[in-house]
Each structure stands twice: as C-alpha cells, then as structure tokens.
Ligand binder design. Structure first.
Ligand code: PLP
Length: 393
C-alpha cells in the first residue's frame, strides 16, 4: 500500500514537463512497473485507520491511483493539494457545496460554461444560496455586490465559449480584501498555460475530461489548491460520492504525461488558425486571446504562457453558412467537448449552452451562429486547408 497522502506543501522546482512524468509517482514502484498499475479493488485491508475518510475504499478517493494523481496535479499547478472527481461538474459542484450553505452568497462571472451557469443559477438558489452575476472584466462593479454572507468569487480563466479573460489579478485582490475564497475554472488554459495558485487563487477547478486527459475517452474532474480547502472538498466528495473510478484514473494519469507536448502544439496551431480565420472574408469575428485585437490580449500575454487551443468565431451568412461549413469540413467533427487530440467544432447554443435561456445567452454574446473550435493535434496546414475549402463556396 502506498504511504499516507501527505500535503504537497513543498514546491517542486522541476520543470512542468518533468513533473508530468515523475511528480507523485510511487516510490518504490509497484512490482517495478514503470507504468502505474490499475488498483481495481473497491476495498483494501484495514490497517489501523481511525478517521472514516482514511479508510481505504474507492469512494473515499484514496486508492493508489487517486493518491498519485493528487500529488501530480498539485505539483503541476505549484499548489498545496488536489483531489480528483468523477467529472468536471462533480469537482465544481462539490467544491461549491463544500464552501456554501443555505444563507450564504456567491459572486460569479456572467459568461461561464453552460453546465456551471445552470448549477449556480438554478441549483444553488434552490438550496437557499444567493448568487450574483458580475462582468469579470469590470472589477469596479464588484464592490457593490459584496454582502456579509458572501463566501466566494468564481470565474473562468478563459470563458467558455467567448474566450473572455476576467481581471484575474483583481479577482485575487478582491477575495483577499473581503476574506472570501477565490475560485477559478482553469480547464481552457490547463496548467501548461496558467497555474492559478501562482497568482494567489485559492482553488482551481478542472474538467479533466478535456486537456488534462486529452484523448476524448473519459470524464473526470479535479480541484487543486490550498490544502485546508481541498481537504474540505475531499470530505464533501466522500459524502456526495462523485469519486473517480480507478480505470478512469489510470487513463487520466496516462493522458497527463503528454500534456506538455499536446498543449504546446495546440497553442501554436490555434494561433495560426485564429490568424487565418481572422483574415478570411467569410468570417466576421474571431475570439482568440492570442490575436492583438482581443480586448484582453495584453493581460493574456502577461499572465499566460500560451493562448490555448480554443477559438470561437462568427461567419457571414448566418446559420445556413455555419451548417454548410460544418457539412464540408472533413477533419473536425461536429461534437461537443474539447481539449482532445481530434479537432472538434460545435455551436454552443445547441450543446454546451443549450440549457441557458435564449435571451440571456444572446445578451451575453452567445448567438445561435457562434462556432466553437477545439484545435486538435492534426497538422496545422491540413486544418487550414480544410477550413479554406469549407468556407469557400
Ligand atoms: N468547465 C468547463 C470550462 C467546461 O467546458 C466543462 C465541460 O464542457 C466543464 C467544466 C464540465 O466538465 P465535465 O463535462 O467533465 O463535467
């Protein structure tokens, strides 16, 4: 049995490429196995644990497959601790419920992944938790929203699907000033491009389904950050039951090892595609933080190590033009989700943001014709040629 999970308080000074391969790995290796085996056992022999949360059991997120992931993920973001969950939504909902109870209040960015938006606008109020939406780019508008019951502020590093960048430094400053918890969904940026703990964020959340795993074959989530808060989340997760299955943990572990090479390629490829789309006469608007015309380009350049693999754009000619383009594309499949090796296109209004009321969706800038592109690992030239033929009638 691996040793007890100890908080990763010591910052691992090795480069992220090295940490992806070596951080958190069992030492000595199990039976000498270079690749971490899957511990497909729901329960483990009792060895004197006195705390319920330490009893070795898959739902309690403490099998060897969990332990190695927790240490590796914490090391990747230079954070104190981490816990994995059965999906990104399990990570997000459990983290929020570990901090908020009836009567409490949350400040949250208005443009968010649709599932998170539905959770905070529908489920939290049903539990008696107050929620106020703010423009993440306008810190001057937040102060009037703070209440004695406010416990946390929640943003996305790059918002889904508009690629807006909140004023991240102001979020951390605001949380400290008001003694509330700062939470950030770091899915789109991944630890390759941004490590929230370095800026002072308390909790970083991931849909590990996306870049962290990278192969479009599991759903998983992660919460990374301050050990006291991660421990609170882990205990809540043990009660709510959103644990990660060991086989999915194995696949996430395997996928993580190539994060650096995948995201570096995607950073370069997406920038070239965004530049190509930006120049194309059939395209009316491109949202990509790497383009000098993006309103927060300077902030993204300063805070991020890369601009990521996600682009959204609008086409001349409305829905008919979008449908024609999707029909003609031969490389990107039309499918929800993102961050994998295959390029994917989707219309968020019919997938990730289908649950949002149309008027609200449109007021936020998520039109029926907005296209979201997740750039995969295909050759950039092939993707550009594919878009060229799909956009040219
Ligand atoms: N956060 C973001 C930014 C997402 O895009 C998604 C899913 O698309 C989620 C969270 C939810 O993740 P999951 O589908 O793994 O529950």
């Amino acid at each position: 049995m691996a040793g007890r999970e100890t908080p990763n308080r010591q910052i691992d000074a090795r480069q992220i490429e090295t940490k992806l391969i070596h951080a958190g790995e069992a030492s000595p290796r199990y039976a000498g196995a270079i690749s971490m085996p899957i511990f497909q056992s729901s329960t483990f022999e009792y060895s004197g644990e006195s705390d319920y949360h330490d009893v070795r059991y898959i739902r309690l997120n403490n099998t060897p497959n969990h332990v190695v992931l927790h240490a590796k993920l914490a090391a990747l973001e230079n954070a104190e601790g981490a816990v994995v969950a059965s999906s990104g939504m399990a990570a997000i909902s459990t983290a929020l419920l570990s901090l908020l109870a009836s009567g409490d209040h949350l400040i949250v960015q208005d443009t968010l992944y649709g599932g998170t938006h539905d959770l905070v606008s529908q489920d939290l109020p049903a539990l008696g938790i107050g929620v106020t939406f703010v423009d993440g780019r306008d810190p001057s508008s937040w102060a009037t929203q703070i209440r004695p019951t406010t416990r946390a502020i929640y943003v996305e590093a790059l918002s889904n699907p508009l690629l807006q960048l909140p004023d991240l430094e102001a979020v951390v400053g605001f949380a400290r000033e008001h003694a509330i918890v700062s939470m950030i969904d770091n899915t789109f940026t991944s630890p390759m491009n941004f490590r929230p703990a370095e800026l002072g964020f308390d909790l970083s959340l991931h849909s590990a389904t996306k870049y962290l795993n990278g192969h479009t074959d599991i759903v998983a989530g992660a919460v990374i950050g301050r050990t006291d808060l991660v421990d609170q989340v882990r205990r809540k997760l043990n009660h709510l039951g959103g644990t990660l299955d060991p086989h999915a943990a194995f696949l996430l572990h395997r996928g993580l090892k190539t994060l650096a090479v995948r995201v570096r390629h995607q950073n370069v490829s997406a920038l070239r595609l965004a530049e190509f789309l930006d120049r194309h006469p059939a395209v009316t608007r491109v949202n990509y933080p790497g383009l000098p015309g993006h309103p927060q380009h300077a902030l993204a350049s300063r805070l991020f190590d890369g601009f990521g693999g996600m682009i959204s754009f609008e086409l001349e000619g409305g829905l008919a033009a979008v449908e024609r383009c999707f029909d003609r594309l031969t490389l990107p499949a039309s499918a929800p989700s993102l961050g994998g090796v295959e390029s994917l296109v989707t219309r968020p209004s019919t997938t990730s943001h289908a649950g949002m009321e149309r008027r609200l969706r449109e007021s936020l800038g998520i039109s029926d014709t907005l296209v979201r592109l997740s750039v995969g690992l295909e050759a950039t030239e092939d993707l550009i040629q594919d878009f060229e033929q799909a956009l040219t009638s």
